[in-house]
Ligand binder design. Structure first.
Ligand SMILES: [Zn+2]
Length: 159
């Protein structure tokens, strides 16, 4: 793939007789120092995803993901690929201003209407039930502002 790659074509063909700059060939693979050069292909995204969230990785940010990749691989514009994958990761989406990090989806089987309720990953079933009831009541117009305060603090928390 190096022969047809626009980034590594020249350097790959120049390394026939030995190392050039920091590049050298070993068994048809191109290395920059100890890092494997990866031609432009879908491997870029696969490697970035593995470094970001694969195996035991913990959805690291751009800097940490880049740091992991740079240890073993090299390709131009690696940072752009890392930023793109990290910004599109669904699990890394930002929280709401109230700190909610999940969306509780309630589907009304009668009307086929879906309700998306922001919540916390750690909310228990009782809290989610109260949130969904409040959302349903608000949609139906059954709940006015004054009646919210008749319930406990958990109910008011879900507004
Ligand atoms: Zn992520």
């Amino acid at each position: 793939m190096y022969v047809t790659d626009s980034d590594f074509f020249d350097i790959y063909n120049s390394c026939h007789k030995g190392a050039i700059d920091k590049f050298f060939k070993h068994e048809r693979y191109l290395f920059q120092e100890s890092k494997l050069c990866v031609p432009s292909c879908s491997m870029h995204e696969l490697l970035v995803r593995e470094a970001h969230s694969g195996g035991l990785m913990g959805h690291f940010g751009v800097a940490k993901t880049l740091e992991i990749l740079i240890k073993y691989f090299y390709w131009p514009k690696m940072k752009v690929d890392v930023e793109r994958v990290c910004s599109r990761c669904i699990k890394c989406l930002p929280r709401t201003k109230n700190g909610r990090d999940s969306i509780f989806v309630v589907v009304d089987r009668f009307s086929k209407m879906a309700h998306f309720i922001p919540c916390h990953k750690t909310d228990d079933a009782t809290t989610l039930q109260i949130c969904s009831l409040k959302k349903l009541c608000a949609c139906m117009g059954w709940l006015n502002r004054s009646s919210e305060y008749d319930y406990d603090t958990t109910f008011a928390h879900c507004s």
